[in-house]
Design a protein around this ligand. Sequence first.
Ligand code: NDP
Length: 313
Amino acid sequence: MRNKVRCLIIGSGPAGYTAAIYASRANLEPVLYEGIQPGGQLTTTTEVENFPGYPEGITGVELMADLKKQAEKYGAEILSGNVTAVDFSATPKKVTIDGETTVEADAVIIATGATAKYLGIPDETKYSGMGVSACATCDGFFYRKKNVAVVGGGDTACEEAVYLSGLAGKVYLIVRKPYLRASKVMQERVLNNPKIEVLFDTNTIGLFGENGVEGAHLVKHLGEANEEKYDIAIDGFFLAIGHTPNTKIFKDILELDEVGYVKIAEPSTKTNVPGVFAAGDVADPHYRQAITAAGMGCRAAIDVERYLSEKGL
Ligand code: NDP
């Protein structure tokens, strides 16, 4: 392990690995720390069919292994380790790994991703990869002509419900409040869609099924006098109750938006601290796709290369 590097990349999803491929091919000799979930969110999905270049599809685990291999081929050093603290107050920046070692870096790319929020019911884990998903764009295709449910009442949930209505036979939208939080236009799209049934005032208490999800146990008016429990038959259960960007260690160090996403000066990947760049879901509340994250990783590596050469580092 080197204790001084030119380009340090935090995170091993599509953004981190793509940044590592570009930075290593630019002779920046990058070091990438994988974090607590090597390969990132894609390693929790099954088949990936929308990443260009894989006409037959590929599993998330294989795709990430390929990206890692490609980064290593050009000299990127991929290390296991979790970044637990950063000090960006001077250059070189200081990054602490696993609370122990400190590495200095002339430039840093943050690609720590985001984590989908789950309801916290045990059945979500039990049926993980067997009907439970937090990404309709990734997994919706597997539910053609089947019945599915989306949980959430925000823009993401509405967007996912509309997307799924183009594939599935029927879509339930499970909303815990008596109204949708989504923008007016998205609400209208949902409410006017004959394939979507909105279940207001409804919470999910469990899932059931033999070899995968076959239905959900719901409760209407939870905790009220007219509380009513019932089941729906579904094959897919999609969470769309928000994402949490993985930015805890950057709070009060980098400028974040109100939700916690790193703010970047688009179209660049520059954060408010010179020499620190961000790519992928950690800085993108809108698209959150593997391919868009990879594109941002590429941009971040190019931004680092230009920054280092401007500074003569
Ligand atoms: P939001 O935080 O806006 O919405 C989350 C939804 O999930 C809310 O309806 C919330 O309910 C519900 N929810 C949260 N926790 C639970 C729970 N434990 N059980 C049941 N329901 C729960 O997140 P989004 O991901 O939808 O959007 C994030 C941001 O991105 C927003 O600013 C949104 O406008 C934006 N966005 C914009 C898009 C666009 O413009 N095309 C597309 C997608 C997102 P409650 O209302 O009761 O709190």
